[in-house]
Design a protein around this ligand. Sequence first.
Ligand SMILES: C=CC1=C(C)c2cc3[nH]c(cc4nc(cc5[nH]c(cc1n2)c(C)c5CCC(=O)O)C(CCC(=O)O)=C4C)c(C)c3C=C
Ligand SMILES: [Fe+2]
Ligand SMILES: [Fe+2]
Length: 345
Amino acid sequence: MNFLHVPAAQSVASVGGGRLGVLLLNLGTPDDTSFASVRRYLSEFLSDRRVIEANPVVWQPILQGVVLTVRPRRSGEAYRRIWNTACDESPLRTFTRAQAEQLAERFAAENVQVAWGMRYGTPSVADGVTELMQAGCDRILAMPLYPQYSATTTATANDQLFRFLMKLRLQPAIRTLPAFADHALYIRALADSLKTAVEGLSAPPQMVVISFHGLPEEYVRKGDPYREECERTVAALRQETGLSEQEMPMTFQSRFGPTKWLEPYTAPFLAGLPAQGITRVAVMTPGFLTDCLETLDEIGNEVRDEFLAAGGEELTLIPCLNASKGAIDLLEGLARVELGGWLTP
Ligand SMILES: C=CC1=C(C)c2cc3[nH]c(cc4nc(cc5[nH]c(cc1n2)c(C)c5CCC(=O)O)C(CCC(=O)O)=C4C)c(C)c3C=C
Ligand SMILES: [Fe+2]
Ligand SMILES: [Fe+2]
């Protein structure tokens, strides 16, 4: 049955099936490591005005000119270093799919469908919503997979969802998950993953550096709460692990462009440690729920090489929560609270 009669509107078939849906939303990633695919992905990502706030009249010629001529080759090489060759896809996609599949198992007995979509690239947010609606979901909980709120991540994921719903005559009811920077299950999962990784080492690290993806300082000045949210995560993690500010400092990575971003920057911070006698460190990246280019390559390769070149002896990169039991416990716990009133006990 087609519920829609205006030319601009799209049909996604059966709405009204009375089922609940959970939609995991992640950032996105290229489909393959070729210049063309990486260029397509970066073009969509860096054309998002939530991400780059500069006037498009000024920014688009720079992006379509120099950035998308130079960057895709370098990024393609980086993606090749971390590519999941077994599945022929990027780790971010592998882990997001695994999270969705395992979360679905937790809800299998309760008539709740789980799907996933990417803000940039494939499967798209529209693909995820369509999958849920075709399975009969008329109530959907969207879960942007960002523990710390930022307009550049959480808000744009939700924007993309509502942009798709604008085309539907018959919309499902929607709830969106708030950020969860110091949620008990999140902090416990992080502390457990740190403990497990450190127990496997011959000697404990002298410092555990908590590295978050950075953000232009200007965005925070204009009201993005991201830095405070990162601080809440680190404060809770210090409390949970008993580590001090000196033993567990906070840094920001992945700077892009010439403007000032949140400081201290991860790479120079780590490269400066051996001169202070700190040569064995662990690095955690709790802002990412799944491993990706920024964790596996930027920290695991680039930053590690710089640290070792500066006299460091050991850099242990703690894996992201990925599809660990702690991660799925967290996603299930968050979903059950947000589905309250929809999900009958
Ligand atoms: C102005 C530019 C950028 C902002 C703002 C930004 C915020 C931001 N990003 C993430 C998470 C991820 N970013 C990733 C890659 C990535 N990010 C930018 C730029 C900005 N990010 C670029 C140019 C890239 C690509 C890097 C490259 O090509 O070398 C990724 C990895 C994706 C993957 O496929 O593995 C993630 C994840 C957050 C959380 C955030 C704001 C808080
Ligand atoms: Fe980014
Ligand atoms: Fe990076």
